[in-house]
Write a protein that binds this ligand. Structure first.
Ligand SMILES: Nc1ncnc2c1ncn2[C@@H]1O[C@H](COP(=O)(O)OP(=O)(O)OP(=O)(O)O)[C@@H](O)[C@H]1O
Length: 304
């Protein structure tokens, strides 16, 4: 299990992570989601002992990364796929990591095959594409057969086939009972990969929820209602606790009340409805609504 407790990290005047608390459970894929600059990489770097916390803690199975005697055998991480010496051959890079971490050399061909790089094992990594670097980084993460995996934006640079492959791999790792934390700034990607979501913005926790739960709350968010007696009906619904907004063409956009309830209220009050349509909000919209205030750079309307 990964445990982040009251974690705060500042860089000079920049508050990168702000009193963040969450846990990551084994056997499920946890998506770590937030817009650019939200603090995902910083949190992962603190977890991996690459940055020190300003306050709070980030531990893995109750210990800090730096206190583990053989960290690569407990935690596999993909942070910066390019952190490899270009003149090295892929297999030699992994062999070197294996030797320095007490991992048997036979794991090297095994992981190269697992990530689909067995044919280029003797190639120098400077000839690798971005996607091949990602695969090599994932091979390094898997080398010690760790129970905990931390991947920072693993789909970056992968082609469609690579993306399908990494999704399947991440799923398999979780199904094997491992703890898997995967960051992304794309809700659409996480909706396909993750079971659970930890969503952050400007370093703060915005949501800690199951993907299904979020889908359900998105699905019942708003109902579009058309009636000739919009004003009166809006007041009636508001009086019963719903939130009503006037939409274009005289429609009412109702939230906080299910369509069946709205229908019952209309029937009880003799109001004829010409439309009653639940609006499906996409997960992408839910994410944008959640993180809107924490996005670092907004496109100004009319710009460009
Ligand atoms: N070494 C550093 N020095 C100064 N500021 C930093 C440093 N590392 C990160 N930051 C700042 O901390 C904030 C969080 O950055 P971080 O890279 O953790 O976000 P992120 O969620 O991973 O973003 P992205 O999706 O763009 O990778 C940003 O404002 C960033 O500019």
């Amino acid at each position: 299990m990964i445990e982040v407790k009251g974690l705060t990290k500042t860089f000079g005047p920049t508050l990168a992570v702000d009193d963040l608390t969450f846990t990551v459970q084994p056997g499920v894929v946890t998506g770590f989601l937030g817009p650019n600059g939200a603090g995902k990489t910083t949190t992962m770097r603190v977890l991996l002992g690459l940055d020190t916390a300003t306050a709070g803690s980030a531990t893995i199975r109750g210990r800090r990364y730096g206190d583990m005697p053989a960290p690569m055998r407990e935690v596999g991480a993909l942070l910066d796929a390019h952190a490899v010496h270009g003149s090295r051959r892929a297999a030699d890079h992994l062999l070197c990591l294996a030797h320095s971490n007490g991992i048997p050399a036979w794991r090297v061909p095994e992981v190269l095959q697992q990530v689909g790089l067995d044919k280029v094992a003797r190639h120098r990594v400077r000839t690798f594409s971005l996607g091949m670097f990602q695969r090599l980084g994932i091979a390094a993460a898997l080398l010690g057969d760790p129970a905990i995996l931390i991947f920072d934006e693993p789909v970056n640079g992968l082609d469609p086939e690579g993306i399908v492959w990494i999704r399947a791999l991440i799923r398999q790792l979780a199904d094997e009972g491992r703890t898997v934390l995967v960051s992304s700034h794309l809700m659409s990607e996480m909706a396909l990969t993750a079971d659970h979501l930890v969503i952050i913005g400007r370093g703060r926790l915005l949501a800690d929820t199951g993907v299904d739960e979020l889908m359900r709350s998105a699905g019942r968010q708003q109902v579009l209602v058309h009636t000739e007696h919009a004003d009166v009906f809006a007041r009636r619904l508001t009086g019963l606790g719903a939130t009503v907004r006037f939409a274009p063409e005289g429609a009412l956009c109702v939230s906080g009340m299910a369509s069946t309830e709205i229908w019952k209220v209309a029937s009880a009050n003799g109001v004829v409805l010409s439309e009653l349509t639940p609006q499906r909000t996409s997960l992408e919209e839910v994410f944008m609504n959640l993180t809107h205030d924490s996005v670092q750079f907004h496109v100004t309307e009319g710009a460009g």
